[in-house]
Ligand binder design. Structure first.
Ligand code: DX5
Ligand code: ZN
Length: 214
């Protein structure tokens, strides 16, 4: 089954509860955390995740675009995240492994994220302990960018490793997913699709969420 994870980066932050309710028919709620260091933008942090947790029972998929996430993963788990993903580019292999361990010890799903220029092989040291791998199909930092079709070989490669090894690991894509590109990413092995602008700009949001399932 294809899962849709609307990104609240495209929501109205002054009306966040209202905008979260609009996407209730989706599977996960994608929360983009940016620190102005790892990416050239600043979004939201731990107190906002805590507040979101109080107003929704949706599964919170927290995408940490922050430098050295090992410093903060425990606090994001305690704030109410259900899935926490960290970028492999954000720290050493040892610290990334430690971050994944902390997330798992908190009883949450842990995952790694790859920026567009990072090769598929970068997931290999972590694949066995990941419940999620996220392949960026735009440069992280901003919503509303153009989908990078050239990420499809990377997606296929990671799907092949997950299948070959019989792993219980979801494969997510993030960036530029719309009613056309959703078909491409599904064909190439993604099973969780993040979508910001294409969901929140739609006239009929529940219909758009359904359409993105392919
Ligand atoms: C980008 C974020 C995305 C963003 C996607 O750094 O990780 O989650 O919200 O936005 P769209 O779907 O508009 O490309
Ligand atoms: Zn994201």
């Amino acid at each position: 089954m294809i899962k849709i994870a609307p990104s609240i980066l495209a929501a109205d932050f002054a009306n966040l509860e209202r905008d979260i309710r609009k996407v209730h028919s989706a599977d996960y709620l994608h929360v983009d955390v940016m620190d102005g260091l790892f990416v050239p933008n600043i979004s939201i942090g731990i107190p906002v995740v805590q507040s979101i947790r109080k107003v929704t029972d949706m599964i919170l998929d927290v995408h940490l675009m922050i430098d050295r996430p090992v410093r903060y993963v425990e606090r994001f788990c305690q704030a109410g995240a259900d899935i926490v993903t960290v970028h492999v580019e954000a720290d050493s292999e040892e610290n990334t492994r430690r971050a994944l361990d902390i997330i798992r010890e908190q009883g949450k799903k842990a995952g790694v994220v790859l920026k567009p220029k990072t090769p598929a092989e970068a997931v290999l040291p972590f694949l066995e302990v990941c419940g999620m791998v996220l392949v960026m199909t735009v440069e992280p930092g901003f919503g509303g960018q153009k989908f990078m079709e050239d990420m499809m070989p990377k997606l296929r490669q990671i799907r092949a490793w997950i299948t070959e090894r019989g792993l219980d690991c979801e494969l997510e894509v993030d960036g530029g997913v719309d009613p056309v590109t959703c078909k491409t990413v599904i064909e190439n092995g993604a099973n969780v699709l993040v979508a910001g602008s294409s969901v929140y700009k739609a006239e009929n949001i529940p219909a758009r969420i359904q359409e993105l399932r392919g």
